[in-house]
Ligand binder design. Structure first.
Ligand code: PAF
Length: 289
């Protein structure tokens, strides 16, 4: 079935005019920020957006300031035509595709820094990454002015950083997290999965399996030390190298925890060949749903 092309905006003023018209008419507007290379995980975010609001805006912007000098900014997959057609099929009302020069005009000199939450996990391995994310997301929220913005739980630290920035800066928007969508073998959907060769793709689901095993161990009253040691050995045996981190953290504060006495998150980042994969799973103390 063919779909009408999706209305597409690159400038802020006409998009804001459209969004404010919707809001004046009593429609709740939901923003789903993306970097494109859309997959079924993004489409699940669009579907959730349609459930929680009446109008959906998806942004596509490969944000240069959240990539380090040795990261994959230049080879990050870009396929705008396919992305726009997927958004049209998903019933998204508007696509926002800002230009780099519009987002970061000459002499751009303001950044959002979220302390504490950004210090460990991915923050330890990607200096400046979360400042780039918090800055661009704050700008996107100001530009689009939605009622709600959705983010995937796959980037769990990112979700908490954005929530904190929005709260600290009194931005008038509700941030909602959406559970990770997985392949049937457990691999979390990610735009970077397309970098994996066949052998790496076959090994990749071990990441989720190891996290899930640790989660089960915690729910059964286990301690972090032995569970993590066993998990690290299993990741190495499956070919992940280096394992940047495998950690158990409080699900709200990201403080390290020894046992699951409150909801926790088991999180990891590890390389398969040249591809860095991240994933996380929730774990609750026994008796807590
Ligand atoms: O998760 C992403 O795709 C990006 O980090 C985001 C939130 C769109 C900001 O560039």
């Amino acid at each position: 079935m063919s779909h009408a092309p999706i209305p597409r905006f690159t400038a802020v003023a006409p998009l804001r005019a459209e969004v404010s018209g919707w809001r004046r008419a009593g429609e709740r507007v939901v923003l789903v920020p993306t970097m494109g290379a859309l997959h079924a995980g993004h489409l699940a975010l669009m579907a959730r957006a349609k459930e929680v609001g009446q109008r959906v805006v998806a942004s596509i912007f490969v944000n240069p300031t959240q990539f380090g000098p040795n990261e994959d900014f230049s080879r990050y997959p870009r396929d705008t035509a396919t992305d726009l057609s997927l958004l049209a099929q998903a019933g998204v009302d508007a696509a926002y595709l800002p230009e780099v020069s519009g987002m970061y005009p000459e002499h751009f000199s303001t950044r959002i820094e979220v302390d504490g939450l950004t210090e460990g996990l991915c923050g330890a391995y990607r200096p400046g990454h979360f400042s780039g994310v918090a800055t661009v997301v704050t700008k996107l929220l100001n530009q689009v002015q939605p009622d709600i913005a959705l983010f995937g739980e796959k980037d769990f630290q990112q979700l908490l950083v954005i929530r904190r920035a929005v709260r600290d800066l009194d931005l008038p928007v509700e941030i909602q997290g959406v559970p990770t969508l997985r392949e049937v073998d457990g691999l979390a959907l990610s735009s970077r999965n397309r970098y994996l060769d066949a052998d790496e793709r076959a090994r990749a689901p071990h990441l989720q399996a190891v996290l899930a095993r640790i989660g089960e161990g915690l729910a059964a009253g286990g301690h972090a030390g032995p569970l993590l040691a066993e998990g690290r050995a299993a990741l190495k045996a499956a070919g992940f190298d280096p394992v940047q981190y495998l950690e158990i953290r409080d699900a709200e504060t990201l403080a390290p925890v020894e046992r699951a006495t409150r909801p926790v998150r088991v999180l990891a980042a590890a390389y398969l060949g040249r591809t860095r994969l991240i994933d996380n799973v929730p774990a609750n103390p026994a008796g807590l749903a």
